[in-house]
Design a protein. Structure first.
Length: 241
């Protein structure tokens, strides 16, 4: 796939030289959906803390290892409880508490505990449309769930980071709006789908990850090793005739 994407995109070929790949999870849809609802206007450390507290509060105890207890992810039924919203607010979830509780209730009302899994059987556009009907689920969260849980490999989650990558490296004529509009969101997604094909979401994930600041050290180390390797090769002496 790297070879195919590099052939159709010179920028990707340059990224691929320093960034050898990422793993795309096929995560449980319930865990993925509610975790991404927690991600709204949040950072990774706080999201991880919220998910952990949610599991401790509503999940089943699994085991204890090195003095730490581990819990399962809560069921939709548990998250749909009457007291859940206020309890989550007390745990620091803020406005996300309402979305988690309301989304859980909406899924329970469908009277199909496997409803999220059934979205795997729908085309991408239909599955995406069903997800954004849920409280607190916008286009990006829906695309994250589609890509990482519902086998929709062409889904392109577009956040401000991906928006910046698109404007900087691919679509400089994108309008400089203060916020990411629905029209721009769709334009970026369609561009990458046309560029990379059926597995565009995987290629997009490589570009996204490679551009993160925390991976810059990997690029520096790799370049340093390459430079050291080049310098250590002994130069051949040329005999004068």
């Amino acid at each position: 796939m790297y070879k195919k994407w590099s052939t159709s995109d010179k920028n990707f070929s340059q990224v691929a030289a320093d960034f050898t790949g990422v793993r795309i999870l096929r995560q449980d849809p319930t865990e993925n959906l509610f975790s991404f609802i927690c991600s709204s206007n949040n950072n990774i450390a706080r999201i991880s803390g919220m998910v952990e507290r949610m599991c401790e509060k509503y999940g089943e105890r699994l085991c204890e290892l090195d003095g730490k207890q581990y819990f399962s992810f809560p069921s939709v039924d548990k998250l749909a409880g009457k007291t859940v919203e206020q309890e989550l607010r007390n745990l620091g979830f803020g406005y996300r508490a309402k979305f988690i509780n309301q989304t859980a209730k909406r899924i329970v009302e469908k009277q199909d505990k496997n409803w999220l899994e059934t979205l795997r059987l729908l085309p991408y556009e239909e599955a995406h449309a069903e997800l954004i009907k849920l409280p607190g689920v916008g286009a990006k969260v829906a695309d994250c769930v589609c890509l990482m849980s519902l086998d929709k490999h062409s889904a392109i989650p577009v956040d401000t980071h991906v928006w910046q990558i698109a404007r900087r490296d691919y679509l400089p004529k994108l309008p400089q709006t203060k916020s990411l509009t629905d029209k721009v969101y769709r334009e970026i997604g369609d561009f990458f789908r046309n560029l990379y094909g059926d597995y565009a979401g995987w290629a997009h994930s490589v570009l996204f990850s490679a551009d993160l600041q925390k991976f810059n050290k990997l690029k520096t180390v790799k370049k340093a090793r390459k430079q050291t390797s080049t310098e250590s090769v002994p130069k051949k002496k040329v005999k004068k005739s």
